[in-house]
Design a protein around this ligand. Structure first.
Ligand code: PXG
Length: 439
């Protein structure tokens, strides 16, 4: 066998241009607060909270100590038919900050698993109530719901779907809510577009409501390039679901834990779903973990039949893993003690002004923002879609010590929520220079 001990060849990297990466690797070796340190010793400002997850900033000692303590105390506890007290404590703490009536929590290990779990709960819920004809799942174009089969089936990003066969049967999609013509450079929620929710009525007519189990959407689409819901859109979606007995699932893997200016997107946008998926900021990214929050009604529908029977045949070996639970309890403590979500609301106007100051730079064709997130859309280089944004990503990383994310020709900003105004200025100054250099 070849000696690969000091080679970059063996690791097949996810969502990465592997061959390009090996030619000019980008390696992080440590992190603290708002900054990473790269293997060549540079301090790199984190404009992306890792991958939208390190909301409280990097390497928080409270979280590190909680994980270490639990690793020495309870490394693992079976997840089925056995519990550990902190898991119950965490579920209660989450229920206390989630909007009513979401107060029943199912633990998983990632956003993708949270999505699969929510879809399965939706199907099983209707069956438990004797309405088992409701098997259809509705997603939305441009939606991102992780990478497992349910998630890519309801997801609406072509490249994530096209190589993987026929996917789940009985899935359909409502149209996405983006229209540059009608909403470019909106600050916060666009005024235009509430009526796009009526597209769900089209699918109700087509399939009949009696066959539809659930609709899943991100309150704010993240991976598609930060698409903010038009004012009134989510309210309308909620109304249509209620009219037809369809469950509404919010995928809050990105929008959960402060990103949009309140604890959850449901709070920011004033619409409460029946099921909510969570991950990322749940543990500040420190240990993999996800969760599904269900309404009391949904949970109760399963609590029928003989008491000794398992009510839901679903779960993972590492559901409510003690180290993840410890990390999450410490993370929620920081959010609470430091008023992190309130801080987002306070900083959001400064952030909005800062990101919209990029308007007028060459190639910038739209800027979108809410809370502490922004999407900056660029004119693609002719014949080379994605190249302009990816070039800016590389320039920022290698030459400007700034980490951002890109999708298509959209630059996405989602810094840790603990940033200061000086960090905002630094991000925007560096990005402005990089955009000009790439024009
Ligand atoms: N739902 C949503 C809304 C997400 O954004 C997932 C599910 C899946 O989570 P896991 O933990 O299985 O990856 C996500 C993940 C990006 C980016 O830059 C977004 C995600 C992951 C990586 C990169 O857009 N979102």
């Amino acid at each position: 066998m070849a000696d690969l001990s000091n080679s970059l060849d063996a690791f097949w990297m996810p969502f990465t241009a592997n061959r390009q990466f090996r030619k000019a690797p980008r390696m992080m070796v440590s992190a603290k607060g708002m900054y990473y340190t790269s293997d060549d010793g540079r301090k790199i400002l984190d404009g992306a909270a890792g991958l939208w997850c390190v909301n409280a900033g990097h390497c928080r000692p409270e979280i590190a100590k909680a994980i270490q303590r639990e690793a020495e105390n309870l490394d693992y506890s079976p997840a089925f038919q056995i519990g550990h007290p902190n898991a119950f404590r965490l579920a209660s703490e989450l229920a206390a900050i989630l909007p009513d009536p979401l107060d029943r929590i199912f633990f998983v290990n990632s956003g993708s698993e949270a999505v699969e779990t929510a879809l399965k709960i939706a199907l099983a819920y209707h069956q438990a109530r004797g309405d088992g004809r409701r098997t259809r799942l509705i997603g939305r174009e441009k939606g991102y719901h992780g990478v497992n089969f349910g998630g890519i089936s309801v997801g609406g990003l072509g490249p994530n779907r096209k190589s993987f066969g026929p996917l789940l049967p009985g899935v359909d999609h409502i149209r996405h809510t983006y229209s540059r013509e009608d909403m470019a450079f909106s600050r916060g929620q666009p005024e235009w577009g509430a009526h796009l929710a009526d597209d769900l009525e089209r699918l109700v007519l087509l399939h009949d409501a009696s066959t539809i189990a659930a609709v899943i959407v991100e309150p704010m689409a993240g991976s598609a390039g930060v698409i903010i819901p038009p004012k009134g859109y989510l309210n309308r979606l909620r109304e249509i679901c209620d009219t037809h007995g369809i469950l509404l699932i919010f995928d809050e893997v990105i929008t959960g834990f402060g990103r949009t200016g309140a604890a959850f997107g449901a709070d920011t946008f004033g619409v409460v779903p029946d099921l909510m998926t969570l991950a990322k900021g749940l543990t500040n990214g420190a240990v993999p973990m996800g969760a599904v929050a269900a309404s009391r009604d949904i949970y109760d529908a399963f609590m029928e039949g003989p008491e000794g029977t398992i009510e839901l045949f679903h779960g993972y070996t590492y559901s409510s893993h003690p180290l993840a639970v410890a990390a999450s309890l410490a993370t929620l403590g920081i959010y609470r003690d430091e008023g992190v979500f309130e801080r987002v609301a306070e900083l959001a106007p400064y952030w909005e002004d800062a990101v919209h100051s990029l308007k007028g730079l060459p190639t910038v064709i739209d800027i979108r923002n809410i809370g502490l997130v922004a999407g900056i859309e660029l004119e693609p280089i002719e014949g080379k879609p994605t190249a302009r944004a990816f070039g800016i990503f590389l320039d920022c990383f290698h030459d400007r010590d700034l980490l951002i994310r890109t999708t298509g020709d959209i630059l996405a900003l989602s810094p840790p929520l603990i940033l200061e105004k000086t960090h905002i200025d630094e991000i925007i100054d560096k990005l402005a220079d990089a955009i000009k250099a790439a024009a």
